[in-house]
Design a binder for this molecule. Structure first.
Ligand SMILES: [Zn+2]
Length: 122
């Protein structure tokens, strides 16, 4: 997968659906996407009136992709991809709705695992 196809989306829908400040997405056209099994799909109507299919696993709720109603282009949710630590987003979109605290994320307290675990960095 090409790195320039990776983006971080800071739109409000991504924040609400993911519970996180942004989602990493890999953009792929339909001919490059193979779906095995059946995804649960929900059609979300954006503030603009644009309709987007939001797909997730019906068993565990893992977010899988968003796509247009004709399923021509897919925004694959990078969190479930095996390579998600290797593919770095090249562009941050919907920056106007980003969480302000992300700008200082390096100054916040980081620990290695759970809340009472060892500091990750000092
Ligand atoms: Zn988004």
């Amino acid at each position: 997968m090409s790195e320039n196809m990776m983006m971080a989306c800071h739109c409000k829908d991504c924040q609400i659906f993911s519970g996180a400040p942004f989602r990493a997405v890999a953009v792929a056209s339909a001919e490059n996407v193979e779906i095995k099994g059946e995804a649960k799909e929900y059609v979300k109507v954006a503030d603009s009136g644009n309709k987007r299919i939001q797909a997730f696993c019906g068993d565990c709720g893992t977010q899988l992709y968003a796509t247009d109603l004709e399923k021509t282009m897919f925004n694959i949710r990078a969190g479930f991809l095996e390579q998600h630590h290797q593919i770095v987003p090249k562009k941050h979109i919907f920056g106007s709705s980003t969480a302000a605290w992300l700008a200082n994320i390096d100054e916040q307290v980081w620990v290695t695992a759970g809340p009472n675990s060892e500091p990750l960095k000092s």
